[in-house]
Design a protein. Structure first.
Length: 101
């Protein structure tokens, strides 16, 4: 049997950098929209569009992660089945005799 793959975890620094980057990008976009020289309804529309884009991005990332994890699970089950068949296969077994073991 093969050993299960080690699940890689992000470091605390990488997590912090990702959160900080997201906060800076969202803050800069909000500041840019707030300081636009246009009507309030245009700024509100752009603000809602940014929020929609952010939520859609999170949803897309979750769907991609879920599909990848499901694929890994199916792959592990298939691999276990193949390993079981290989363990049970005895090319030297004569027909009519039960497998030894």
């Amino acid at each position: 049997m093969s050993e299960p793959a080690v699940k890689q975890q992000s470091t605390t620094a990488f997590y912090g950098q990702a959160v900080a980057s997201f906060a800076v990008a969202l803050g800069a976009t909000a500041a840019g929209i707030f300081n636009l020289d246009t009507d309030a309804w245009v700024r509100a529309f752009l603000g809602i569009a940014v929020l929609y884009l952010v939520t859609s991005s999170f949803t897309l990332a979750k769907v991609i992660r879920d599909r990848q994890e499901a694929g890994e699970l199916v792959s592990r089950v298939d691999q276990a089945r193949v390993e079981n068949l290989l363990v049970r296969h005895d090319p030297f077994q004569k027909e009519g005799r039960p497998p030894h073991g």
